[in-house]
Design a protein around this ligand. Structure first.
Ligand code: ATP
Ligand code: MG
Length: 227
């Protein structure tokens, strides 16, 4: 039992692609879900694994216990057979590095299955601070949901090391990518939702309805999270 739920995401046909959506998910919201939905559609992903970070290495301890963040993810993805809540990082006591998670997934999938790391633009710009970040490209492709605004401006915001990787690796669409090593920059429906803003609103007992699934909001109220 590896903590996943759903129809055995790693046992499908050899060619089918898998997406990985990491985050703190404190709480999960429609920005995360919509990013995964749009990228899953355009890349024809068989499954997207939502993997809440246990102890994220890049930031302070999340406000909410890992078990609650995992349960919110479970409730958010219930009813979408393509989406899977994956407990592997939450189950670990040590900080979870994405490179370790992708190494484990690659070992499970074998060398030929396309693996896509799904990132928002803000996360992508911070990539050079991640542990062994260049190794990520040996393990997976990366799709970046770009923010609205001129493309060139966003490229200018990239650290040089990252821009260098984009120049080397960028593909025009998912079909041009192999199992790992490509970078795809894609627009998504802009949704200006952040967990930080949701937490701030919840603390002052404001409404966050329609910014995240009702099932997640019900759980937040049941468990008296963010109060
Ligand atoms: P926080 O405000 O606590 O940082 P967050 O809403 O940014 O939370 P994270 O867990 O930090 O959520 O983000 C996980 C992933 O989701 C990252 O790749 C991030 O870029 C992406 N993401 C977060 N919010 C959005 C959004 N509104 N639209 C698109 N992508 C998003
Ligand atoms: Mg964030």
């Amino acid at each position: 039992m590896n903590g996943t739920s759903g129809p055995g995401p790693l046992t499908g046909s050899r060619a089918s692609a898998i997406g990985v959506m990491g985050g703190t998910f404190d709480p999960i919201h429609y920005g995360h879900l919509r990013l995964a939905e749009e990228m899953a559609e355009c890349l024809e992903l068989e499954h997207v694994l939502f993997i809440p970070a246990g102890q994220p290495p890049h930031r302070g301890a999340p406000r909410t216990a890992p078990a609650h963040r995992l349960e919110m993810v479970r409730r958010a993805v219930a009813g979408n057979p393509r989406f899977v809540a994956d407990a592997r990082e939450v189950a670990r006591a040590a900080p979870s590095y994405t490179v370790d998670t992708l190494t484990a997934l690659r070992a499970e999938l074998g060398p030929d299955r396309p693996l896509w790391l799904l990132l928002g633009a803000d996360a992508f710009l911070g990539l050079p601070d991640w542990h062994q970040w260049r190794r990520l490209f040996d393990l997976a492709n990366v799709v970046v949901a770009e923010r609205p605004g001129p493309f060139e401006q966003q490229r200018d915001a990239m650290p040089d090391a990252l821009r260098h990787e984009v120049v080397r690796r960028e593909v025009a669409d998912g079909a041009a990518a192999g199992s790992a090593g490509a970078i795809l920059l894609r627009r998504m429906t802009p949704l200006d939702i952040s967990a930080t803003a949701l937490r701030a609103t919840l603390v002052r007992h404001g409404s966050v309805r329609y910014l995240l699934p009702d099932a997640v909001l019900d759980y937040i109220h049941e468990q008296k999270l963010y109060t």
